[in-house]
Design a protein around this ligand. Structure first.
Ligand code: CMC
Length: 446
């Protein structure tokens, strides 16, 4: 093949033709052999390197990419990100337009089904989600078994995983009805599981879902309802929460979504796969960052301490949580929207001293060469914690609240993955660096 390309290039005046060819010519300098690899959608297939061998017994060349920083693991139609330009779109709709015009449940429908719903479709979808918010009473007993101070994210992981035992037919992953019900049940029950975890920490009775309320208002009711007959949420706060839900709904192949796809590729039931997503999200470099931001702002304590804190970041004894992103090398578009929302929420709830520290911290960092040269900008987690705090949600719950909307993204990605003809069980290779063929030394001689 390489020979053909070279031949065509020479006939047509060389370089010009080669530039037009959607292929990559690789010369293996160990053997002098050349290979032409097709380029499709800006990628070459890692398996195409396997043919490059030094001899017949050689396994063939592999690509090495710890943390998958330059490896596309799938084709997806769900979420588009241009990290350099700070663009985020779901199924072609910009995040700005969705936040301005849609509700979270509409966006969840969009992610799962591929298009925005019409009026009837939306009504049916909202109805279905609403009537599936209850969980089996045994889940309540299960939550009661946790220690009073169990982290709610640990409880969420466990209860989501446990759902697979309540819906064993979900393992029929090719059955269209089961697939639909997984999406409905997970999106519907996630706020209930999250609220039960919260009430458990406080030793308060669990509040059952209220089917008269919207998705975000029902969640606030399950968190905060006390003796009143009906919980009345401030509409400014339910809208702010719904916007946060939209902003967190999906973010293509991030750590937790890759976990869902990877675990799901074993053809385990989707509740177990989503429980793996919860586990990945829990980490402070991922969904746990919003919690870490608030703890960081607490530690900084006052504006005067910002310069010394940033010195600590620069000498790497600290990390500026809520800053930086693997994909965005520009302002995270979600952070821009959240920042606007903070003011609206604080107008309803009263000001937060931490907001002043956050705004100053951002300003200092964006004027500092350390951060600008590394293209470190605020990400979605920098300001979201301030909204959660203003909503009187405890810090431990922040990642749980991230998990609620991300569920629609996880399910959409799981559905897409299991429909993809190229899906195989995820199974990376390794470069073995350990010892080989050692003699066993008896215990008494070691
Ligand atoms: N504070 C200080 N330095 C940073 C930060 C930060 N937040 N993020 C990156 N850097 C530095 C890093 O030390 C490295 O510097 P050097 O070249 O001197 O070694 C350089 O910037 C490149 O960083 P990296 O670690 O190669 O970047 P990454 O793509 O592996 O990491 C990240 C991405 C999000 C894990 C990282 O930026 C980070 O730890 N941020 C703080 C945690 C955070 O806010 N996470 C939420 C991400 S958004 C929500 C989500 O998707 O969950």
């Amino acid at each position: 093949m390489a020979d053909e390309a070279t031949q065509a290039g020479e006939d047509d005046g060389g370089v010009a033709t080669q530039e037009r060819s959607d292929s990559l010519t690789v010369t293996d300098n160990r053997t002098g052999e050349s290979f032409e690899l097709p380029i499709e959608d800006g990628t070459v297939r890692a398996m195409d390197f396997r043919q490059m061998k030094v001899n017949e017994d050689d396994f063939g060349l592999m690509t090495y990419d710890p943390a998958f920083t330059n490896t596309a693991s799938c084709r997806s139609e769900i979420t588009y990100i241009d990290g350099e330009a700070g663009v985020l779109e779901h199924r072609g709709h910009s995040i700005e337009s969705l936040c301005e015009n849609a509700t979270y449940l509409e966006v969840a429908y969009l992610l799962i089904h591929g298009d925005l719903p019409d009026k009837t479709q939306l009504e049916n979808w909202v109805h279905e989600i609403t009537i599936h918010t209850y969980v089996h009473e045994n889940i309540k007993k299960f939550v009661e078994g946790f220690r009073y101070d169990a982290h709610p994210m640990g409880m969420l992981q466990a209860t989501v995983g446990a759902l697979s035992t309540f819906y064993p037919t979900a393992k029929n992953i090719d059955d269209p009805e089961e697939r639909h019900m997984v999406a409905v049940r997970l999106i519907a029950k996630m706020p209930t599981l999250a609220a039960f975890a919260y009430r458990h920490n406080l030793g308060l009775p669990y509040i059952y879902p209220d089917n008269d309320l919207s998705y975000p208002a029902n969640f606030l009711s399950m968190l905060f309802k006390m003796t009143e007959a009906k919980y009345e949420a401030d509409p400014r706060l339910t809208r702010a929460l719904d916007t946060l839900f939209i902003l967190h709904a999906d973010h293509e192949q991030n750590c937790s979504t890759s976990a869902v796809r990877s675990v799901g590729s074993s053809e385990v039931d989707p509740y177990s796969a989503v429980a793996a997503g919860c586990a990945a999200l829990y980490g402070p470099l991922h969904g746990g960052a919003n919690e870490a931001v608030l703890r960081m702002l607490d530690r900084i304590e006052k504006v005067e301490n910002i310069p010394s804190f940033l010195d600590g970041v620069k000498d790497k004894s600290e990390r500026l949580m809520g800053f930086g992103h693997r994909v965005y090398k520009n302002y995270d578009p979600r952070a821009r929207i959240i920042k606007k929302n903070v003011d609206e929420v604080l107008e309803a709830t009263g000001t937060s001293p931490k907001l002043k520290i956050a705004v100053e911290l951002e300003k200092h960092a964006l004027e500092d060469e350390y951060f600008t040269s590394r293209k470190l900008y605020p990400n979605v987690d920098f300001y979201s914690g301030l909204i959660y705090e203003a909503l009187k949600i405890p810090t431990d719950m922040f990642t749980v609240i991230f998990a609620i909307p991300r569920t629609s993204g996880w399910v959409a990605q799981w559905l897409e993955m299991s429909d993809d003809e190229e899906t195989k069980i995820a199974r990376p290779r390794q470069i073995y660096t350990g010892a080989r063929e050692l003699d066993y030394v008896p215990l008494e001689q070691r």
